[in-house]
Design a protein around this ligand. Structure first.
Ligand SMILES: [Mn+2]
Length: 376
């Protein structure tokens, strides 16, 4: 059976507050809807390949608790829905494009919460009340293979965000929070505890690329605050905090992990890398294409007759043009794949121009100078 697979990744829908990096609702919805007519010819799989929802940077009642229980995830999804209602109504329409069209949510590292059964159930209810239609909403976990195409977010190929899928929900938490919670990787916890405060004051910070160069451009005091604060944080949790919370697995910070973070910190390496691992996976398996996201760098290329496809992202991100001293909005992108069980007939990386305005380096500096700095 021939079908159309559309893959979107890293949309990062948040709660509409300062830490929400998704702003182009209309552009995305228009892009998805433009494909609806294909449903007359073949079923469409609408695949949301991870970091669809940004539970990670979405506050719970104004705070960022470290232990994420199902109750917290359920609360957050209602807020995300309130902030981006059109996306959810578009999902409802996706299921109507063809009697066999499906919506598939793959886990990313910003939405480990999708592992909670209660959350899956709630998402299905939000999208449709029809029990038969609900069967066409799938949660395959971290990866999904369909015929010749393998799809995964990419965080499982990233040594900083990889988790053990079977152990994602920590089930013996009685002495800690009294309910099962997500056993997220250490970097995730560092975001809740340390980084989110910077992000709330300076939301643009991780929307500007390249990251290392952007930090260099910041006023000295802010740069010192960010870099010094991060180093202090790494040392503090390794030598002190993790021992104080010895019983709690979320605080564990092993020596190899500590070394890895320190190494990257001193190297000034803040970019995520997964291509090498994706390539290896593609080589070792029978599928003809591997589709991933996570690094936010859209690209379609061929290796020994097989396809590597990074679907990019939909966050509000910018790329620096040094010559013009301007940050330009990055292109948005998604995958368009026409295929059956045996063959890929067409594979394309579709690009859409963002409608956001460019930002000058001067504007960034002026903004950064006004950020109130409190001591670490
Ligand atoms: Mn990711």
């Amino acid at each position: 059976m021939q079908k159309l697979t559309l893959i979107f990744s890293d949309t990062e829908f948040g709660e509409g507050n300062a830490t929400d990096d998704f702003v182009e609702d209309e552009l995305l919805i228009e892009t998805i809807s433009k494909n609806f007519h294909y449903g007359k010819e073949y079923p469409i799989d609408f695949i949301f390949n991870g970091d669809t929802f940004d539970f990670l940077k979405a506050p719970y009642k104004g705070k960022y608790p470290r232990h994420i229980t199902e109750k917290i995830s359920l609360w957050k999804i209602e807020e995300i829905r309130k902030a981006h209602p059109l996306f959810f109504t578009t999902l409802t329409e996706c299921l109507k494009t063809n009697k066999q069209s499906r919506i598939i949510f793959i886990h990313g590292n910003h939405d480990f919460d999708l592992e909670f059964e209660g959350l899956q159930k709630r998402l299905k209810e939000i999208i449709t009340k029809d029990k038969e239609e609900q069967k066409r909403i799938l949660f395959p976990g971290f990866e999904f293979t369909d015929g010749q195409i393998h799809i995964e977010h990419g965080s499982q190929l990233d040594e900083f965000f990889k988790v053990e899928p079977d152990k994602l929900v920590y089930n013996s938490p009685n002495q800690i929070v009294g309910e099962p919670f997500l056993l997220s990787p250490w970097g995730y916890n560092a975001i809740y505890e340390h980084y989110i405060a910077i992000k709330e004051k300076f939301p643009l910070i991780e929307r500007l690329n390249p990251r290392a160069r952007t930090i260099e451009l910041l006023p000295f005091k802010l740069k010192r605050k960010i870099l010094g604060g991060t180093l202090w944080y790494l040392l503090k949790v390794f030598f002190w905090t993790q021992w104080k919370h010895k019983e709690d697995p979320l605080y564990h910070f092993t020596l190899p992990e500590f070394k890895k973070y320190m190494y990257n910190f001193f190297k000034g390496e803040y970019e995520i890398k997964v291509d090498r691992h994706a390539k290896r996976k593609l080589k070792r398996n029978n599928f003809k294409a591997i589709c991933f996201g996570h690094t936010h760098r859209p690209r379609l290329w061929k290796i020994k007759g097989k396809w590597m496809l990074n679907t990019g992202n939909w966050r509000d991100e910018y790329q620096l043009n040094e010559k013009e001293k301007m940050y330009y909005p990055k292109v948005k992108s998604y995958a368009y794949i026409l295929h059956d069980e045996k063959e890929i007939q067409k594979i394309e990386l579709k690009k859409i121009k963002s409608k956001q305005k460019a930002i000058s380096i001067k504007e960034i500096k002026d903004y950064a100078r006004k950020i109130p700095l409190v001591p670490n």
